[in-house]
Design a protein around this ligand. Structure first.
Ligand code: TZP
Ligand code: MG
Length: 213
C-alpha cells in the first residue's frame, strides 16, 4: 500500500471552495502542509469528478500529498488517484478494495465504536472517525460524539484514524490526545481567505500536539 500521513486531511467541497475552486484550494493547502486531499463532490457526477480529479493529480504531483476520491470508485480508477474513501451507506469496503486493487489507500467512515471494531485491517487502511462536533458542512451528519466518543472509536479501530466534524487548529491537542493521527477538515480550509495559511496553522497545531504540547 502507498504510504500516507493523516496529519492534515483536507476534504474538498465544491460549494465551499467556489471562490478559487477546488484545485487551487488544494494546491495552496498542500503548500501550507496538508498531507491528504479528498475529492468530495456529491452532485457533480463521474465525468466532473474525473476532470477535477485529473487536475488535482497534476496539482499534487511531486508534493507527497495523497489524493483520495470520495465514494466514486470508478472515478478514482479513471483518475489514477491514490485511494478511495467510502462511508457506511456506500459500496462495502471489501467491494471497493476489490475494484481499486491492493496498492490503493482505502478509507472508511465509522460513526460508532462497534463499526470501528468491525473494520478489517486487511481491507481498510484508515478510518474517518466522528463527527466530533455538529457542522453545517454536512447536512446529514450523525449525532456529534465529542472527544470522548471520538476516543471510543479510535481505540476500537484496528487501523489509524483521522478525526472529522467541526474541527479547527485549536482542536489538534484534544483530537490527537484520543490517539487520532490527524484532523480532517472542510471549512477550516475551504473558503478561507488564505487556505495556505489555514493549512499551515493546522499542521503546526498537529505537530505541537504530537510533541505533547
Ligand atoms: N463527515 C462527517 S462531518 C463532515 C464529513 C464530511 C464535514 C466536516 O466539515 P467541517 O467543515 O470540517 O466541519
Ligand atoms: Mg460516502
Amino acid at each position: 500500500m502507498r504510504g500516507f500521513d493523516l496529519s492534515v486531511y483536507l476534504v474538498l467541497d465544491p460549494g465551499l471552495c467556489a471562490g478559487i475552486g477546488m484545485v487551487e484550494t488544494a494546491r495552496r493547502a498542500v503548500a501550507g502542509g496538508a498531507t491528504m486531499v479528498q475529492l468530495r463532490d456529491k452532485e457533480g457526477g463521474t465525468a466532473r469528478m474525473v476532470e477535477t480529479g485529473r487536475a488535482l493529480m497534476a496539482a499534487l504531483a511531486g508534493t507527497g500529498a495523497r489524493l483520495i476520491v470520495n465514494d466514486d470508485v470508478a472515478a478514482a480508477v479513471a483518475i489514477g488517484a491514490d485511494g478511495v474513501h467510502v462511508g457506511q451507506g456506500d459500496m462495502s469496503a471489501a467491494e471497493a478494495r476489490a475494484l481499486i486493487g491492493a496498492a490503493a489507500i482505502l478509507g472508511l467512515t465509522v460513526e460508532r465504536p462497534d463499526l470501528a471494531a468491525e473494520v478489517d485491517p486487511g481491507v481498510v487502511d484508515y478510518v474517518g472517525a466522528g463527527p466530533v462536533f455538529a457542522t453545517p458542512t454536512k447536512a446529514d451528519h450523525k449525532t456529534p460524539v465529542g472527544f470522548g466518543g471520538l476516543a471510543a472509536q479510535v481505540v476500537a479501530s484496528p487501523v489509524p484514524a483521522v478525526a472529522i466534524g467541526g474541527l479547527k487548529a485549536q482542536h489538534a491537542g484534544a483530537a490527537l490526545g484520543t490517539g487520532a493521527r490527524g484532523l480532517a477538515v472542510v471549512s477550516a480550509i475551504c473558503g478561507q481567505p488564505d487556505p495556505e495559511a489555514a493549512a499551515r496553522e493546522i499542521a503546526a497545531a498537529v505537530a505541537r500536539a504530537r510533541r505533547g504540547g
